[in-house]
Design a protein around this ligand. Structure first.
Ligand SMILES: [Ca+2]
Length: 147
């Protein structure tokens, strides 16, 4: 990469950060209840859900997915793997996790019931998730029960 390309890239990154900060501020001004409402309308009670876009929405190309117990591999589904940007646990009893690799492999993120991450960048997990589980079903990872 030439020096010129490098200097051209920096301002663009800064503008991106400013836009991100501005949209976080706008989201705050609109009220903290809106992401939860979006989640509860899409994500059925007792399920954990992951969306391709931020704030529990789709990104316009990829979709979203949900599971009642566990889901070994998002690949081939409407969300697909390495696409999740938001995550909500609408379960009624257990912590929900998403893992970076299939069959509960690699690093993971967790949410207690009735809570989520509207932006998975905040936990360094954007576009990384490949499998998802409620806590009591992690032991079933890799079995056909979770396919
Ligand atoms: Ca995404």
């Amino acid at each position: 990469m030439s020096d010129m390309q490098r200097t051209q890239k920096k301002p663009r990154r800064r503008i991106g950060a400013i836009i991100a900060a501005a949209s976080l501020l706008a989201a705050g001004l609109l009220g903290v209840t809106s992401p939860a409402q979006a989640a509860s309308s899409d994500c059925g009670s007792g399920r954990a859900c992951a969306w391709s876009g931020y704030d529990y929405g789709v990104d316009g190309f990829w979709g979203w997915t949900s599971w009642q117990y566990c889901y070994n591999d998002f690949t081939g589904g409407s969300l697909s793997n390495d696409k999740a940007s938001s995550f909500y646990n609408n379960g009624n009893a257990q912590v929900a996790r998403m893992y970076q690799y299939l069959n509960a492999g690699g690093p993971y993120i967790s949410r207690p019931i009735k809570s989520g991450y509207p932006d998975l960048n905040t936990v360094s997990f954007n576009d990384r998730a490949t499998s998802g589980y409620f806590y009591n079903y992690i032991g079933s990872a890799g079995t056909s029960f979770c396919n």
